[in-house]
Every structure is written in structure tokens, then in C-alpha cells.
Design a protein around this ligand. Structure first.
Ligand code: ZN
Length: 220
């Protein structure tokens, strides 16, 4: 805990003064353009990997970067998605999986989770990805986990489209969806190309979308 408090004191003496004007502006308002949904994993830091400042990302993090499908009893993820889309008016949603994901490894390797009933229940929201991934052949356990990570991003992109606020924004052409997989060791990101359903290096294909809003005629 000492490291956290030391860090807070360093923030107050060094990082905060550099952004004093920004924080003054942010004191009573926020208008992030992006909802970033990723895993709780300590190695995935959305603001660091996208180099965004405070106020620029609205973030949901949980085990396995999961978005439960909309249902009769919406939970915290659903409420946060709804607020981001319907109130903040985000224009982009990124669902970002990552390499060496513990949640996806547990699913891919069919690990016994009897001692983790809440985790086991939560990961059922990735069941469609598990079924697809387990029906495929994989060259190695590592490849199977990597494939599970990608399939889960695709599954969660499908789940989020069951949310009424998301469906309405898509219908009105004001929302883009992105599916990313971040590699911890290299810092690279592969993005889902919705047209081909393949993941491509984002650095070489920066205009890759999972689902793109209807383009206006004046957009190149
Ligand atoms: Zn993870």
C-alpha cells in the first residue's frame, strides 16, 4: 500500500500541476468520445496503451472483457454501456481482449472452476465463443488460448449489439464498434475487420472497424 500512497503524492506534486488547466476544465464536465471495454488484468492499461489523457476514455473493466447480453435484469455493465451511449454520446466502442488472459485460458483449457462459482457463472457470457473455439483444431494450447481471446472479442461485440442504446445508435449511424486484441509482450494490437471477420495488425490497417457507422458522403 505504501507504493500507492507514494504514487499519489508523486501524482499530486508532479503529474497534477502539469495538467492543472485540464483538471480545472474536467472538474464539472466530461465528454469522452470512446467507451473502452477491457479486462481487469493489471497488465492492460487503456490510457497508457492508447496514450489518452483524463477525460478521453470511458472505461469498463472486468474479468474477460465481457459484456452480458441485454436482459430483463440489466447489471452494472449494461448500465454503464447505456450511460456511455445514451448520455455521453460516445462515437466509438472498443472491446479489447489481450494475450495471456487468465479468464480465456481457463475457458480454453476447460479448467475446473468449482471453487470459483462467481467466475464460472460470469464466464458463461463467453459460452458462444467457447463452443466455436472448442470445435476447431489448434496446433498448440497457446494457439487455442489465442484463438479463444479473439473469439471472445467477437462474441462480446455480438452481445453488446443486443443493448437497446447501442442498437439505436447503430441504427442512427452515430456509433462505430471496434474489436481489439492487445499483445502484452510486444505492445501491438490486432483489430477485427468486420468485413472479413479476420484480425489484422492495427498499425498497418489503422482504419479497421468491426462495425462502422454509416458514412456521410463528405467523409473520405
Ligand atoms: Zn484478461
Amino acid at each position: 500500500m505504501k507504493a500507492l500512497i507514494d504514487g499519489l503524492l508523486k501524482f499530486q506534486s508532479e503529474a497534477f500541476p502539469k495538467r492543472a488547466e485540464l483538471f480545472k476544465h474536467l472538474a464539472s464536465t466530461q465528454s469522452p468520445a470512446t467507451l473502452f471495454i477491457t479486462c481487469s488484468d493489471s497488465r492492460v492499461v487503456p490510457e497508457l496503451l492508447t496514450q489518452q489523457e483524463p477525460g478521453e476514455l470511458f472505461v469498463i473493466r472486468n474479468a474477460g472483457n465481457i459484456v452480458p447480453s441485454y436482459g430483463p435484469e440489466p447489471g452494472g455493465v449494461s448500465a454503464t454501456v447505456e450511460y456511455a451511449v445514451a448520455v455521453l454520446g460516445v462515437t466509438d466502442i472498443v472491446i479489447c481482449g489481450h494475450s495471456d488472459c487468465g479468464a480465456m485460458t481457463a475457458i480454453a483449457q476447460c479448467k475446473c472452476m468449482n471453487h470459483l462459482p462467481a467466475v464460472a457463472s460470469w464466464l458463461r457470457h463467453a459460452e458462444s465463443a467457447r463452443v466455436i473455439n472448442s470445435a476447431r483444431s489448434h496446433v498448440s494450447d497457446t494457439a487455442k488460448v489465442g484463438s479463444m481471446v479473439r473469439e471472445n472479442v467477437i462474441a462480446q461485440l455480438a452481445n453488446i449489439q443486443t443493448h437497446p442504446s447501442v442498437r439505436l445508435a447503430l441504427e442512427q449511424g452515430r456509433l462505430n464498434l471496434h474489436g481489439w486484441v492487445y499483445d502484452i509482450e510486444t505492445g501491438t494490437v490486432d483489430a477485427l475487420d468486420g468485413a472479413t471477420r479476420r484480425f489484422v495488425p492495427l498499425a498497418r490497417h489503422p482504419h479497421t472497424y468491426a462495425l462502422q457507422a454509416q458514412r456521410n458522403s463528405d467523409v473520405a
